[in-house]
Design a binder for this molecule. Structure first.
Ligand SMILES: [Zn+2]
Length: 423
């Protein structure tokens, strides 16, 4: 298996021919054997394969919503060559055995690399630490720990988790939601909209108070905290302050929190129910600015497939979450690149290099040069299309971009030298 890609431009604008096989990016394209498959990439950009820090693959437990096969196929469609599988599965990924099982599913069915995220607490219960050390030393080599879906709200448990993961250079990824300020029923950004629609409010401070606590606990323990799905201007300010202070904090923003705003929930369409909720325009502006200036380090999709029967409920009862893998690059292109806020090298940083560093995935987030692994995506920056949820590779259909005209940039995805998606 070998591929010769001709005429692609790298993120920095230089033109290149790439000769790749499953053993990586190889040397002089003139050495390519006659059998090499050729891809004419004139007019296309070649970026390092995208890496997602925050993916819900639903297997094991909810294979009616997504499987490792369908979820990673959606990832490949979105240009990703690696995803991090969140721990809120059934059973929860809170032991070495559970972590190795998810890892084995990835190796068997994955259309991209699957890295396992371990739970912080047993059963996501928020009380007793999960087997952090055993997951770290298992074959799954877990480095990122998260109770995502739930907040680790007990400060002492959080302190202990941060202290523990330090011994193997791990990181705790927090779903920041004060469970008293924004309880299980909270489903609409607290604003004139929540009042008008009669939906329980989720104030932005329910996020930022947890972020403020966590960065101080990271400072206290000299450990690393990652803030999942930053959605508010207040959280951005706290993270900016913490970084200035030298605290080891990283942060992600989802594609939907960059593009979609609170008024979309006015029709009570549960596709737009997500946690944290869609925010108002001043918050969108704040997270866009933070992604541009590096206060927010990376995109995390929070791809959250749900079966129809879990969305077919009144708004306050339906499960929160939306798809994100397939349109992630499209949204970043629309909101950040086409508006001049991000250049391509910085897109590669926010969507490949930074998440690969955070997850300590050695073979991802590498430059496309001789000797490096062959993980890349070919991008057409000018293509556009109307999103059709029914064309999704995901098993679920809760795609918030359905019917919206967006860039359609992903042409070819290559993982470990093999084509995993071709338009
Ligand atoms: Zn979350």
């Amino acid at each position: 298996m070998s591929l010769l890609i001709t005429g692609a431009k790298l993120a920095d604008g230089t033109s290149t021919d790439l000769y790749v096989t499953d053993s990586g990016v190889l040397g002089d394209p003139s050495d390519a054997p006659g059998a090499a498959q050729r891809i004419d990439a004139a007019g296309l950009l070649a970026l390092p394969g995208l890496v997602d820090m925050h993916t819900h693959l639903r297997q094991p437990g909810r294979e009616d919503a997504e499987t490792v096969d369908t979820g990673t196929a959606a990832a490949a469609r979105g240009g990703f060559t690696c995803v991090h599988a969140m721990a809120n599965l059934t059973p929860v990924t809170d032991t070495a055995e559970a972590a190795e099982y998810v890892q084995s599913l990835g190796e068997r069915d994955g259309h991209c690399q699957v890295r396992v995220v371990g739970a912080v607490t047993k059963g996501l219960g928020g009380k007793d630490l999960a087997e952090l050390g055993r997951m770290a030393s298992s074959a799954a080599n877990v480095r990122v720990f998260s109770d995502d879906g739930k907040c680790v709200d007990d400060s002492l448990v959080m302190r202990r988790a941060l202290t523990y993961v330090k011994s193997f250079n791990g990181v705790v990824a927090q779903h920041s939601q004060d469970p008293r300020l924004a309880g299980p029923g909270a489903c609409c950004h607290e604003s004139e909209w929540s009042g008008r629609l009669g939906l329980p409010g989720w104030p932005s401070q329910a996020e930022s108070v947890i972020v403020a606590r966590d960065v101080q606990l990271a400072e206290l323990t000299d450990s690393r905290i990652h803030v999942c799905h930053v959605s508010t201007a207040e959280s951005v300010e706290v993270i900016r302050w913490a970084k200035k202070r030298g605290i080891k904090v990283t942060a992600e923003v989802t594609p939907h929190h960059l593009l979609l705003d609170t008024p979309l929930v006015a029709g009570y369409d549960t596709t737009f129910k997500v946690n944290p909720p869609l925010r108002t325009s001043e918050h969108l502006e704040a997270v866009r600015e933070a992604l541009a200036d590096g206060t927010i380090d990376m995109i995390g999709t929070d791809h959250a497939p749900h079966a129809r029967q879990d969305k077919d409920h009144p708004f306050d009862v339906a499960l929160p979450g939306m798809l994100g893998l397939e349109q992630a690059l499209a949204v970043v292109l629309e909101v950040m690149v086409n508006t001049g806020r991000l250049d391509w090298p910085t897109v590669a940083e926010r969507m490949s290099y930074a998440p690969a560093r955070l997850g300590q995935v050695g073979e991802q987030g590498r430059e496309l040069v001789v000797g490096e692994p062959a993980n890349l995506v070919l991008v057409d920056p000018s293509a556009r299309a109307t999103v059709d949820a029914n064309q999704s590779r995901s098993r679920s259909r809760n795609n918030p971009y359905h019917g919206r005209e967006l860039p359609d940039p992903v042409v070819t995805t290559i993982w470990r030298g093999k084509v995993t998606y071709q338009r």
